[in-house]
Design a protein around this ligand. Structure first.
Ligand code: ASP
Ligand code: MG
Length: 427
């Protein structure tokens, strides 16, 4: 039995006419693939989860995570029933299932539960009868029978987890964009639809701002080798397949450029950093920051001619004031001159599996930014990405110029047949 999971996001089920359209898409697919068995997963109608959580907050500012999950989980319960009705109206056999009914067992971490396993018995008996199970995304049941949610955006995770448990041939994630682009098309009109990218690249793109797929769903797909594709409900097109790196025969050096503008840079200036005391003091700084639950992202240090260190690192905006206070309090203890903050920064990242093998990417980045007179404040690299921190006001310009210099130039030079094929399809 070849099983395929199709998940529809909030905008794809945003009102009754859209639910009917999504149902038509499912029925059409079924007619074209009569040998396959379908599982449909849905999110709540667009805006509904926000509305429910706002309703909860308007009632109480002390609501427990358990009660918040109880209310948030109802959003999906509405759409499963509507979708099942719409499918039935079109002549298909369909039955709605909550996460619990579908056998989705999670940890009891409310508002951020992890899927532990899926008891597929009920799903399988429906599939055997050729009934389409319409499963509520985002929610599950703990071992002690508490209703949980997987955290915001979690219905992608539900879909991939169900696909993994059913050993599905593919998991389709339908959304309001056509797939993953080489840059945000709203900023960069030349952005190309990517036909295939690796899980690793997708994770970078997902965590760095391209909000197409929940990062945890990508991890799941990678671990359980679920073929995953993201595509538009509203426009037909090939979408973007997220595949194992080894399946991309001729990967382009750079796949995409992303940016985010929700981090601040904290600097501790003139820290005595000698061995061993200095380093121990720095260890203390990061221990305190870690204890406060503040995630540190990029980190650089410069040693001045006087031997003192300037230490800079980035933290998410929402933690930046707290982090600055912590650092200011530590200044006397570590003997630094002061602690400061720069909120006007952005991080722009160049992502591609070919980066580690091509030493010239960094030089192209510097050249491109220099030609627009954009200053680089920090830099970090990994196997598959190079990130730069720049003044926030240049973020969009930087995305465009790096896209020109790295993605478009690579297409023009024909260095990647794969990329050319992608470009051809996106027109
Ligand atoms: N409805 C949930 C949310 O808005 C889950 C999802 O849409 O993926 O976060
Ligand atoms: Mg989503």
């Amino acid at each position: 039995m070849r099983v395929v999971v199709k998940k529809f996001g909030g905008t794809s089920v945003g009102d009754i006419s859209r639910i009917r359209e999504a149902a038509k898409l499912v029925v059409r697919y079924r007619a074209q693939h009569p040998e396959e068995r379908l599982v449909v997963v849905v999110s709540a109608m667009a805006g509904e989860t926000n509305r429910l959580l706002a309703l909860a907050r308007s009632c109480s500012s002390n609501a427990t995570a358990r009660e918040l999950d109880m209310i948030a989980a109802t959003g999906e319960q509405v759409t499963i029933a509507l979708m099942a009705m719409a499918l039935t109206d079109l002549g298909a056999k369909a039955e709605s299932l909550t996460g619990a009914q579908a056998g989705v067992i999670t940890t009891e971490q409310f508002m951020g539960a992890q899927v532990e396993r899926i008891d597929t018995a009920r799903l399988e008996s429906l599939l055997a009868e050729d009934i389409i199970p319409v499963v509520a995304g985002f929610q599950g049941l703990s071992e002690s029978r508490e209703i949980t949610t997987l955290g915001r955006g979690g219905s992608d995770i539900s879909a991939v987890a169900l696909a993994a448990a059913l050993e599905a041939a593919a998991c389709y994630i339908y959304t309001d964009v056509e797939g993953v682009f080489s840059a945000d098309p709203r900023i960069c009109p030349d952005a190309r639809l990517l036909r295939r990218i690796s899980h690793e690249e997708m994770l970078e793109l997902a965590t760095l701002g391209a909000k197409v797929l929940h990062p945890r769903s990508v991890l799941f797909a990678m671990r359980y080798r679920v073929p995953l594709v993201t595509l538009s409900t509203f426009r037909s097109g090939p979408g973007t397949w997220i595949v194992n790196e080894g399946e991309i025969m001729e990967a382009p050096v750079v796949s995409g450029i992303t940016h985010r503008s929700d981090e601040a840079r904290i600097t501790l200036s003139k820290v005595p950093g000698g061995l061993p005391d200095g380093l121990q003091r720095l260890g203390k700084v990061f221990a305190d920051i870690g204890k406060a639950g503040i995630p540190v992202d990029m980190l650089t240090q410069n040693r001045g001619a006087d031997g003192l260190l300037d230490l800079s690192f980035t933290v998410p905006d929402e933690h930046s004031s707290h982090c600055l206070e912590l650092c200011q309090a530590l200044v006397p203890e570590i003997g630094a001159e002061g602690a400061g903050i720069d909120r006007n920064i952005a991080k722009v990242s160049v992502v591609g599996v070919g980066i580690h093998a091509h030493a010239d990417v960094a030089s192209k980045i510097f050249k491109a930014l220099a030609s627009e007179r954009i200053e680089v404040l920090m830099l970090s690299t990994s196997e598959i990405k190079i990130s730069v921190v720049i003044p926030r006001k240049y973020a969009e310009l930087a995305v465009r110029c790096l896209h020109d210099a790295l993605v478009l130039a690579q297409l023009a030079s024909g260095s990647s047949p794969q990329a050319e094929a992608r470009a051809a399809v996106s027109h």
